[in-house]
Design a protein around this ligand. Sequence first.
Ligand SMILES: CC(C)(COP(=O)(O)OP(=O)(O)OC[C@H]1O[C@@H](n2cnc3c(N)ncnc32)[C@H](O)[C@@H]1OP(=O)(O)O)[C@@H](O)C(=O)NCCC(=O)NCCS
Length: 329
Amino acid sequence: MADIARIDPHDDAALRAWFGVEQASIRADRPQALSRTYAALATAVRHPSPYVDRPLLAAVEGGATVGVAEVELTTQDNLHLAELAIHVHPDHRRRGIGRALHDAAEEIRRAAGRSTVVGELLVADGNDDPAGMAFARALGFGSVHQEEHLVLPLPVDPAGLPPPPAVTAYEIVIWRDRCPDEHVAAFCAMRTQMGRDVPVGEVAYEPPVIDEERLRSSEERTRRAYHRIVAAARRREDGEMAGYSVVFLAHDDHEALQDDTLVMPDHRGHRLGLRLKLATLEVLGREHPDRRMLHTWSDRENHAMYRTNVAIGYRRAEVLHEMQREDPS
Ligand SMILES: CC(C)(COP(=O)(O)OP(=O)(O)OC[C@H]1O[C@@H](n2cnc3c(N)ncnc32)[C@H](O)[C@@H]1OP(=O)(O)O)[C@@H](O)C(=O)NCCC(=O)NCCS
């Protein structure tokens, strides 16, 4: 049976073996996955955020890594919560390795005093019997929220895009890795609002307040592995920020991620969501012509955002289930 131990993130051979198993597992089940680069993983664990602890576990058998787990413990908010991801190499499944990794992760989360565990399960379209769902159910997890993983092949032909809404009351401001000082307060307020407004179903997650310190800390860490494009809408009349959309691009990769898009409550109804996404797409096409696929996640019940994504040409590739289990109180 495999030995399970925590790995030292500065041990390059161990971290590369860990990453190799994660990637082999993802490739086996999910042809359209958006997966991180090695540089992104190494940055996350070697330059840790002050807001998250991220122990990595490896299951090693005869000197080879055969399974991996990642536990995420936020340190300043959501202290009841632990996030968990488990991958077993496709050649080593159904031998109890996944369960053994889960049990080792359980020790970590109990020692940290967390009562709730959540994990993301991504199911490729057409896979009617995902191992991950059977595994998670066998361990007592239930699906408490679903989103669709949508993909848009790049480059996008501008002729196929909906025309940008002609709303002259707002202008678009673009920045990249670092938010200009003059927009920090507004960007933090919008990021905090995003946490409150994005649907999370029954996931027991309390969105934190994003302040300048947290924003700058995440920008410093993110820029080590990602380029970022931010488009924000500003009302011309009074300079008030009305919304934003963000794209992340891992260095040395062909993928791109359209992450948050938010229009602030008082500014909804002007199709600013579409305008913001089109603005990020324009910069993406011009500055990163090497990218081949843009990914995003959207709740089907979030009608305005979902319709905007379909109009741009996104199509569904996977369904994301947030799997959750809470200790009995
Ligand atoms: C899910 C995964 C981690 C399971 O790893 P594993 O080592 O094969 O799991 P185990 O052998 O410990 O199985 C534990 C239990 O899960 C259930 N299970 C696991 N795979 C299953 C499958 N393909 N079909 C039905 N049940 C399954 C069974 O109840 C099993 O117990 P049993 O073998 O005594 O019947 C592995 O398939 C994987 O890496 N999948 C891709 C990533 C993923 O989906 N991770 C989980 C996200 S929540």
